[in-house]
Design a protein around this ligand. Structure first.
Ligand code: GLN
Ligand code: ZN
Length: 699
């Protein structure tokens, strides 16, 4: 059997991609050097493929993001130049970023208008020096449409796109196109399905040169596969095991690219599982089967070989090891098997506090004013904070020195907040690198990596922790800093934790373990921390869940299972006597359709971002009778600009039409760690001025 791979990370073993982009932006290298470096990175990447697999696409290389590339390739943005490109990616006119399906990769959301002169114009492949490609990578027209902002009639735009894609296919007559259409796995109506059918009918001339790749879920409509007879169809059998039933109901005429290697998990796939799936496919379809990864490998770090941890080295698989796994499967003998594809389940015990009304009364001793003011948690991670942490990690300064430094930062931050007059204070999170990695390092059963970097967007990378299972708290994780901060002030200081859902969302999770059980174990560990806060006199605890929305499954029919464990895990983690006020923070998300679920988390106070989504969120609250307290972010922390007092007042007053004044908190929309002190000070000053004015007016 042939083996096929795609999406191998472009970052490079030593993060060469990141370094090159940033060197160019810092004007340390010129355009020619940038392109030369990228070509070199790309040729190394391709030679890795060559070592392990038979088939792989070329053209995955990009200056920043493959979706933005399409904008220039198809003349939606005219006049490609590196300058114009980066201007849209990250400059003055930066386009918005959005998460790519349910992954942590952010793509650039381009805007397509009906009037655009859509045609194949910039040849990115040529630009990067690709010659006589066997297979070329591209995102398909339907997915492009779904991921873009559309102005005007969708059908007209789709029609224009088809013409542009055709022009590209015409130019490369001897090439197979690896077309990724993950949007095929979304839930949609028959009408929408017909739209896809029509689209691909118009590409019929090229079908024998198209590998149509889907991933992250199963396709609901067998008609699609039946009626689009391309060279090969790619399916994800890891996250879309239902694809088995779909293809067996029709016996497709195309070859099957069987995604049986998990491209989103560092855990090896059970050999029995792979054998079983391939056996089933072989039994049901007559055509050739090609083995591949289920989805692009770009969500994985490069290799485990550079890691220090023996468990990671010996048991886990990053991108290169996934290719090794594929290579190994070439000679697989498929046997009949009784392996069960059913997964074990686990039910998290339900913990429920007193009613919200009772808690509200019990918390009145906190004596908070009308429109209480607070911040989301972090304060500036200055170069000094980062360099001290690095020195401590390298052993250049002792634990005592480091702790002393952190304490000094905490004290400075407490005094700063007292001077501003904030009502509920935070310690500033100076001891934390990243809100998930910090807890991952402290919990047993979760591993962190040395060099397991993954791109989250552009040149931005992060190291997702690896959740093995059997998670335990070894010792208190945050108590020292929080209790120290509280000892400095009479005002309440928030205990600050990252919630179970977010820890799971931003890590690799052992798929052999039911997700419910992992969530239960993390929640239990956090609950121990919560109880320690309470024993130490902490009255307000914030458990951040910025990933609550993004963790929702692609198909709505799977939402119940998700919300069932997510809500129970949060409630277990945050379980506390009625006098304790529980907060949660959720960043920006599309909350419209899940306000009831946010309500079900049963927190006393939630804070969410609203400045970017303008009135949308408020509209959502209009429809739902939400009784709890809520802090709608009153200014955008992602902007270096100081918010104006009038603007803050306007945001609050607009929200006050829907949210009762007694329930309203005033806070920025997210943590302040990416800002400078010089920015934080005037911004919070204005926020406080606005709060005083509003308080006076509404008291
Ligand atoms: N408490 C965290 C902070 O302030 C929350 C970060 C987040 O929402 N992503 O940094
Ligand atoms: Zn946030």
């Amino acid at each position: 059997m042939l083996v096929y791979a795609y999406g191998f990370p472009r970052l490079g073993k030593e993060r060469e991609y990141k370094k090159t982009l940033e060197a160019f932006w810092d004007k340390k290298i010129n355009e020619k050097q940038l392109i030369d470096n990228l070509k070199k990175i790309e040729s190394e990447r391709l030679s890795i493929y060559q070592n392990y697999v038979d088939l792989y696409p070329e053209g995955e290389i990009t200056l920043y993001d493959s979706i933005l590339d399409l904008g220039f390739m198809f003349n939606i943005y005219r006049d490609f130049s590196i300058e114009n490109y980066y201007n849209l990616a990250r400059g003055e006119n930066a386009l918005p970023m959005k998460k790519f399906f349910n992954t942590n990769y952010h793509y650039i959301k381009i805007e397509i208008s009906q009037e655009d002169d859509i045609k194949f114009s910039w040849d990115k492949y040529e630009f990067f020096g690709i010659k006589d490609p066997k297979i070329l990578y591209i995102i398909g027209p339907y997915t492009l449409l779904k991921l873009s902002k559309i102005n005007g009639n969708e059908e007209i735009i789709l029609d224009k796109l088809i013409k542009a894609y055709s022009q590209l296919f015409e130019k490369y007559k001897n090439t197979i196109f690896h077309i990724e259409e993950p949007a095929f796995v979304l839930e949609y109506s028959k009408d929408e399905m017909n739209k896809i059918l029509n689209t691909y009918k118009k590409l019929e001339n090229y079908w024998d040169r198209i590998n149509l790749i889907t991933y992250y879920e199963s396709i609901d409509h067998p008609e699609l596969i039946e009626n689009i007879e391309v060279n090969a169809w790619g399916f994800d059998f890891i996250r879309g095991i239902k694809n088995l039933d779909i293809i067996s109901s029709i016996n497709p005429k195309s070859k099957i690219i069987a995604g049986v290697i998990d491209s989103r998990s560092v855990f090896p796939k059970n050999g029995e599982f792979i054998n079983k799936v391939l056996y089933e496919i072989k039994n049901k379809v007559n055509n050739e089967i090609i083995i591949s990864s289920a989805g692009g490998l770009f969500l994985l770090p490069i290799t485990t070989k550079v890691e220090k941890n023996e468990y990671i080295k010996n048991n886990l698989r990053f991108a290169i090891e996934k290719l090794e796994e594929l290579n190994f499967l070439k000679n697989l003998e498929i046997n009949p098997s009784n392996f069960s594809l059913e997964k074990e389940t686990f039910e998290i015990p339900e913990k429920t506090r007193e009613s919200y009304e009772e808690r509200l009364k019990a918390q009145s001793y906190l004596n908070l004013p009308l429109f209480p003011t607070t911040t989301i948690g972090s304060f500036p991670q200055t170069p000094e904070v980062r360099s001290m942490r690095l020195k401590y990690r390298k052993g250049e300064i002792s634990k005592e020195e480091y702790d002393k430094f952190i304490k000094k930062e905490i004290e400075k931050t407490i005094r700063f907040q007292e001077e501003l007059g904030l009502d509920v204070l935070v310690h500033g999170e100076f001891e934390r690198t990243d809100m998930v990695e910090f807890f991952a390092e402290k919990l047993d059963g979760i591993l962190t990596t040395k060099k397991g970097w993954v791109i989250s967007y552009g040149s931005r990378v992060y190291r997702p922790p690896i959740i093995i299972g059997n998670i335990k708290r070894i010792e208190p994780m945050t108590i020292n800093e929080i209790v120290y901060a509280q000892s400095l002030t009479k005002k309440p200081v928030k205990g600050m934790l990252t919630g179970p859902i977010t820890i799971i969302a931003w890590s690799y999770v052992n798929p052999e373990y039911p997700i419910e059980k992992i969530a239960y174990e993390i929640a239990s560990a956090l609950q121990e921390e919560v109880q320690d806060y309470i024993r130490n006199g902490i009255k307000i605890i914030q458990i951040d869940e910025p990933a609550f929305r993004e963790m929702t499954p692609i198909k709505k029919r799977d939402w119940d299972r998700y919300f069932n464990w997510a809500i129970k895990a949060f409630k277990l983690a945050s379980y506390a006597p009625k006098e304790i006020q529980i907060h949660t923070h959720m960043c920006y998300s599309e909350f419209g359709d899940i306000i009831d679920k946010i309500d079900a988390l049963d927190a006393d106070v939630i804070s969410i971002e609203t400045t970017k989504s303008k009135g949308e969120l408020i509209e959502a609250f209009e429809k739902y009778n939400y009784k709890r307290q809520i802090g709608l972010g009153v200014y955008d922390i992602h902007s270096p600009k100081t918010p104006k007092v009038e603007d803050i007042i306007e945001i609050v007053e607009r929200a006050l039409r829907i949210i009762p004044k007694e329930n309203f908190w005033i806070n920025p929309d997210c943590g302040l760690k990416t800002r400078k002190w010089e920015e934080v000070k005037p911004s919070l000053e204005n926020m406080m001025k606005a709060a005083y004015i509003i308080r006076k007016k509404y008291s």
